[in-house]
Ligand binder design. Structure first.
Ligand SMILES: *Cc1c(COP(=O)(O)O)cnc(C)c1O
Length: 357
């Protein structure tokens, strides 16, 4: 039986993307060669990467001044590449959890870091809202969806004309993005796009080249923008899968259609969490609840049944829904490729479990 994959990342991919990739691994574009053994500069792969760039621009409605590049190193490399390229003196950060902290740590190597607000004292169960961002910051940085804690900032933050940089690793392609204030958006592909190995970077071209420091060639966004992600060998296979995922997104109706389905899926599960006496959500502020990563625990009276529920749901075909060790309980990741039937199966399992007790 195919399992229902709620894993936080690497995570579920569409059947379409998996099948198309499997075919190309055997015979890529009728070349008689595997996708894994062809030149990245050959005309077949060049067509793939160009189509992937174009289709991602089309789906997210990315403005002209931006370029889409595919880089290695994971989202984590962006924690240092972003300040390397954009931090001259001082940058402001919103501390919403582990991933934001990793970005803060790297930025400190390049300049002054100002943390405008933090929900750390409450184990990141909400997103801080009232804070000032000093106008002399080179940019404001935040992580839009906190994969571990299940909190999400659902609209694009802006502070006057200050440039904004965002880690959208776990919610890119879940909603429409207003690019007006962003200079840089990045996302590790393994949550909502492709297998691990490629990072999607969307960078404003006119914002590059402003810092005074020297930047190593591979860590300079300009290198990859100028060479259209072909400065060195890009991660060929994940880029191929990213294209298949993008084709599937377009076929589903594009970004607004994806957002609508995601909201429906999340509402279905949150509704069960709120109404089933055995469970409770971990995010204290409901408007901050992520539509991608739904975190919940057993209600206090049923704490000792956590392992039993885990075994029960596993036996029913669910996989990858254990909460992160820093939160505990359960985390159901409802990325784009998760069908509503998968969420319904989890909800039914929660109902059945409650009926047994
Ligand atoms: C998974 C994740 C990362 C880390 O991505 P890597 O590709 O493993 O470096 C960073 N930020 C967020 C929000 C994530 O969910």
């Amino acid at each position: 039986m195919k399992k229902i994959n709620f894993s936080a990342g690497p995570s579920i991919l569409s059947e379409f993307a998996i099948q198309e990739t499997a075919k190309a691994v055997i015979d890529f574009a009728g070349t008689g060669l595997s996708l894994m053994e062809v030149s990245h500069r050959g005309k077949e792969f060049t067509a793939v990467i160009n189509e992937a760039r174009a289709l991602i621009k089309e789906i997210l409605e990315i403005p002209e001044d931006f370029e889409v590049v595919f880089l290695g190193g994971g989202a984590s490399l962006q924690f240092c590449m972003a300040p390397f390229n954009f931090l001259e003196k001082k940058a402001s950060f919103l501390d919403t959890g582990t991933w934001a902290n990793k970005a803060i740590k790297e930025a400190k190597l390049f300049g002054e870091v100002n943390v405008v607000a933090s929900s750390k004292a409450d184990n990141y169960t909400y997103i801080p809202k009232d804070y000032d961002v000093p106008a002399d910051s080179d940019y404001f940085y935040y992580c839009t969806n906190n994969t571990i804690y299940g909190t999400e900032t659902k609209k694009d933050l802006s502070f006057g004309n200050m440039p904004v940089i965002a880690d959208m690793s776990s919610d890119i392609f879940s909603r429409r993005i207003d690019f007006t204030h962003y200079d840089l958006i990045f996302a590790g592909a393994q949550k909502n796009l492709a297998p691990a190995g490629v990072t999607l970077v969307i960078v404003r071209k006119s914002a590059l080249g402003r810092v005074s420091r020297a930047i190593p060639t591979m860590l300079d966004y300009r290198t990859h923008v100028d060479k259209e992600s072909m400065f060195n060998t890009p991660p060929v296979l994940p880029i191929f899968t990213a294209l298949q995922t993008a084709k599937w997104y377009k076929q589903l109706g594009g970004i607004d259609a994806l957002h609508k389905i995601n909201e429906e899926k999340a509402a279905l599960l949150y509704d069960e969490i709120d109404n089933n006496r055995m469970f409770k959500g971990t995010v204290t502020c409901k408007e901050d609840r992520s539509i991608m990563n739904v975190c919940f625990v057993m209600a206090d009276e049923y704490k000792d049944l956590e392992d039993e529920f885990y075994q029960f749901a596993t036996a029913a075909g669910m996989s990858g829904f254990k909460g992160h060790r820093s939160v505990g309980g359960f985390r159901a990741s409802l990325y784009n490729a998760m069908p509503i039937s998968g969420v319904q199966a989890l909800v039914d399992t929660m109902k059945k479990f409650a009926a047994l007790k």
